[in-house]
Design a protein around this ligand. Structure first.
Ligand code: NAP
Length: 491
C-alpha cells in the first residue's frame, strides 16, 4: 500500500492507495502504445499547445499542489513555489523549442551522379519518436523531477507517450499532478494513452514497467542503487532498450589558492549554504571539497566549519532517507582516517539532520572507495591537497560526477589547463563561479556526466537537448516527394 506521510512528523495523513497491479501496468503501457503512432505524427504546434496547457494547469492548481508537496516533502513553501515555477517554465520552454522546428530538423544530402564513393543517392536524415517512455520520478524534486518534470516534458515534446511511475514519497501529490495531466490531455483532444500513470512502493512495479515489451526507453532520476538495478532490467530484456539514468553524484569543488586571495570567508559562507540547501538533498550538492594543504587552506576550512556548524537544515524527505543519511554519517564518524569538524556527536532523535563535515588527506580519500560515494544529505568531506597532481588524482578517483567546480582558475596557466582537462573528463558541467546546486534550464545545459553520474553520459536530463534522448535518427534514401514534403514530421 502507498500512504501519504507528513514528512516533518512521520505521521500518516491523507489517503492510502493500492499499488498498481501487473494488469493495470499492462493496461497503461498498452494505452501508451496505442497512442504512439497518432502522437508521433502530431505537429510540433499541437505538442507545444499541450505543453503550454500543462504549464497553465499546474499554475492554476498551485496553491493546493504546493501545500500537498510541502506536507509530503518538508521542503518548504518558498522552495516548492520556485520549483513549480521552474517546472512550468520548462514545459513552456520545450513548447518554444518545438516551434523553432528543433524536433523535426532534417539533414538533406542531394543525390550525386557517378560511381561511389563520390556518387550517391539522395539521403534525408530525419528523427522519429522512439515510442512509449517509462518515466521514474525522484523524491527530492516533487515537481521538477517528478510527474510533469523535465523527463516527461522532453518525452512529450519529442512525440512520445509517457507512463510515469510516481514516487512513493509523495503519492498524493503525484496522483493529483497526474490527474491534472490526464485532464489536459483530454481537453487537447489527444488519446488518453499520451499520459499514463502508475504507482508503487515496491520494486516490482518499476521492474514490471521496464520489462513491458511496448516500452521503448526509460528515463530515471534517482539513486545509484535504484538506477543501476533498473538499468540491468532494461539491458536484460529480450529487446534491450535505452535507459537514461541520472543518478547521484558527489560534485567535487576545488578551491585553488587564487580563490582564497581576498574572499575566502565569503566563499566559505556560500559553500556552507550550498551544502545545507534543501537539507543537502540535491543531486548537485557539493560533497567533496578539495582545499590546499597550507595556512590559507586551514583558514578556509575553519571558516567553512564555522559557517556550517550553526546551520539548521529542515526535516528530510522521508524517514528512510533520514535513516540512510544517519547511517552514512555514523560510518564516516567512526572512520579512523577522518577528522570530524562539524557534527562530531550524533543526534538521530532530533526532527532534522545536523550538518556534518570531516577532513581527510588526499591519500586516504583516494584509497577508500567508500568515501567516493554520495552521502545524500547535508554532509561533505574536505580533502586536503598538496599539488595539482594530487587534485587530478582525487578527481580521477571519484570518476564520474554531474559537476566539478573550480574556484580560482581565472588565469590561463599550465596548471589551470590541466585542471580544466581533468574536470571536463569526469563531469557533465564544470563551474568556475558560484555553487553547483541550481541547474538552469537552457539549450546549453548538460546535466549528466560519466558513470556513475549518468548511465548515458552523451545525454542530458535538464535543458532542451533532453529532447534528443527520445528521437531516433533514420536516413531516408531516395524518399518519395510526399515524404520529403512532410519536412521531417513522422507520418
Ligand atoms: P530512488 O530511491 O532511487 O527512487 C527513484 C525511483 O526508482 C522510485 O520510483 C523508486 O521506486 C524506484 N526504484 C528505486 N530502486 C529501485 C529498484 N531496485 N527497482 C525498481 N525501482 C526502484 O531515489 P530517490 O530517493 O527518489 O532520489 C534520491 C536520489 O536521486 C539521490 O541519490 C539523488 O542524488 C538522486 N537524484 C539525481 C538527480 C539527477 O539529476 N541526477 C536528480 C535528483 C535526484 P520505489 O521507491 O517504489 O522502489
Amino acid at each position: 500500500m502507498l500512504q501519504s506521510v507528513e514528512a516533518r512528523t512521520g505521521v500518516a495523513v491523507g489517503g492510502r492507495w493500492a499499488e498498481s497491479t501487473a494488469f493495470e501496468i499492462d493496461a497503461a503501457v498498452q494505452a501508451a502504445a496505442d497512442a504512439s503512432d497518432v502522437f508521433a505524427a502530431s505537429t510540433a504546434s499541437a505538442r507545444a499547445a499541450l505543453l503550454r496547457a500543462l504549464a497553465d494547469a499546474l499554475e492554476a492548481d498551485r496553491e493546493a499542489l504546493v501545500a500537498i508537496a510541502d506536507r509530503e516533502s518538508a521542503l518548504g513553501l518558498p522552495r516548492l513555489n520556485g520549483e513549480l515555477d521552474r517546472t512550468s517554465f520548462q514545459l513552456r520552454g520545450f513548447a518554444e523549442v518545438l516551434e523553432r522546428g528543433t524536433a523535426h530538423a532534417v539533414i538533406d544530402d542531394p543525390a550525386v551522379d557517378g560511381a561511389p564513393p563520390m556518387g550517391r543517392p539522395r539521403l534525408t536524415r530525419v528523427r522519429v519518436p522512439v515510442g512509449p517512455v517509462a518515466m521514474f520520478s525522484a523524491s527530492n524534486f516533487p515537481f521538477a523531477f517528478s510527474v510533469l518534470g523535465g523527463d516527461t516534458a522532453s518525452a512529450l515534446a519529442a512525440g512520445c507517450p509517457v507512463v510515469v511511475k510516481g514516487h512513493p514519497a509523495h503519492p498524493e501529490l503525484s496522483r493529483r499532478t497526474a490527474s491534472i495531466a490526464q485532464e489536459v490531455v483530454r481537453a487537447q483532444d489527444l488519446p488518453a494513452g499520451v499520459f499514463q500513470f502508475v504507482q508503487g512502493g515496491s520494486i516490482e512495479v518499476g521492474v514490471t514497467l521496464v520489462q513491458s515489451p511496448a516500452i521503448a526507453a526509460v528515463a530515471f532520476t534517482g539513486s545509484f542503487k535504484g538506477g543501476t538495478a533498473l538499468a540491468k532490467v532494461a539491458a536484460e530484456r529480450p529487446r534491450p532498450i535505452p535507459f537514461y539514468g541520472e543518478l547521484g553524484s558527489v560534485n567535487p569543488l576545488v578551491v585553488l589558492p587564487a580563490a582564497l586571495e581576498g574572499n575566502g570567508a565569503e566563499l566559505a559562507v556560500a559553500l556552507a549554504g550550498s551544502i545545507c540547501l534543501g537539507a543537502g538533498q540535491f543531486c548537485t550538492s557539493p560533497g567533496v571539497i578539495l582545499v590546499p594543504n597550507d595556512a590559507a587552506g586551514d583558514s578556509f576550512v575553519k571558516a567553512l566549519a564555522d559557517a556550517l556548524r550553526p546551520m539548521q537544515p529542515h526535516a528530510m524527505l522521508s524517514a528512510a532517507i533520514r535513516a540512510t543519511f544517519e547511517r552514512g554519517v555514523a560510518q564516516w564518524r567512526s572512520a579512523p582516517q577522518l577528522k570530524p569538524l562539524v557534527g562530531d556527536t550524533a543526534d538521530a532523535t532530533s526532527p532534522a539532520p545536523q550538518p556534518f563535515l570531516a577532513e581527510v588527506s588526499a591519500a586516504d580519500f583516494i584509497a577508500s572507495h567508500a568515501l567516493h560515494e554520495e552521502a545524500f544529505g547535508c554532509a561533505a568531506l574536505v580533502v586536503r591537497v598538496a599539488s595539482t597532481k594530487e587534485i587530478i588524482e582525487v578527481l580521477k578517483a571519484i570518476g564520474g560526477s554531474l559537476t566539478v567546480t573550480l574556484w580560482g582558475a581565472e588565469a590561463e596557466t599550465d596548471e589551470t589547463r590541466r585542471l580544466v582537462r581533468a574536470a571536463t573528463q569526469v563531469a557533465g558541467r564544470v563551474l568556475f563561479k558560484g555553487v553547483p546546486t541550481g541547474v538552469a534550464v537552457t539549450a546549453a545545459q548538460h546535466h549528466g556526466g560519466p558513470f556513475p553520474a549518468s548511465t548515458q553520459p552523451f545525454t542530458t536530463s535538464v535543458g532542451y537537448a533532453a529532447l534528443d534522448r527520445f528521437l531516433r535518427p533514420v536516413a531516408l534514401q531516395d524518399a518519395p516527394s510526399w515524404l520529403i514534403e512532410r519536412k521531417g514530421v513522422p507520418c
